[in-house]
Write a protein that binds this ligand. Sequence first.
Ligand code: GLU
Length: 304
Amino acid sequence: MTTRGRFAPSPTGPLHLGSLVAAVGSYLHARHAGGQWLVRIEDLDPPRTVPGAAEDILHTLEAFGFHWDEPVIYQSQRTDAYEQAFQYLKDQGLVYPCACTRSELQALPANQDGLSEELHYPGTCRHKPIRESESYAWRFRVPNESIHFIDGIQGEQRMNLNESIGDFVIKRRDGLFAYQLAVVVDDAAQHISEVVRGVDLLSNTPRQIALQRALQLPTPDYAHLPLAVDRHGNKLSKSTHAAALTLDQPTATLWQVLQLLHQDPPTALQQEHIHALWQWAIEHWNHNRLNHIQHIMLNNALNY
Ligand code: GLU
């Protein structure tokens, strides 16, 4: 089977160094294996979508010399596929409506698993009939079993969703499908065999695996890259370092990203055309250098 990887940005702003790290990691992982690489724009949530951001991201990727093998897919155009998956889960009795309000949910204790800061939903609406007049979300009934997988970078992972997160929303009160459902449907539709993304998404993976099982879809391999943080430990996208990338020195920036990814690119390649640097990086990609690393600190010497 051909290796197929993907980069799936949400168009909430321009590409920044942190998201470039995820794009580069997923690209090198797929290309090193001689595989294909796709781009999917996750514009699932219109209120969060910034006009022009998708075009801007694609333009930046092009300027850095990325090539994608198939036309870009937009989640805003995939509602029918998500609806079909949702109906399937509904027919199986695996979803139920939940009318809990935001303030009721906020009063819940945080889960204890240490992996995520999300709340544990105790299943309040599992057996509660909903009144027609109420507005409600739909939750997926999580299995009460340990979900186990080996992450290519972060190692062995295990989570019992019933104990840690509880039943989670797959269709929101406003009618929009949630990221968890969309990502699972799209990764399967695009035949993605390797999901390489930031470690901030690691705790989502057991939920996605549970949905894949319920929908009888294959589970790809997962590898979660360390997150680029500033000196204060803040995720780049949330800090002042999250400025849009400048495109005037793409080779120097890519070189720095490779350095952040512990690939030790030869200094001489900084002066070469970006294609030479890509060629070196694809040939030498070694994700084992990142084993168990969760954070990569951006030092001040880096400029981008
Ligand atoms: N769209 C998500 C984000 O930008 C990434 C989803 C994924 O890679 O699974 O954070």
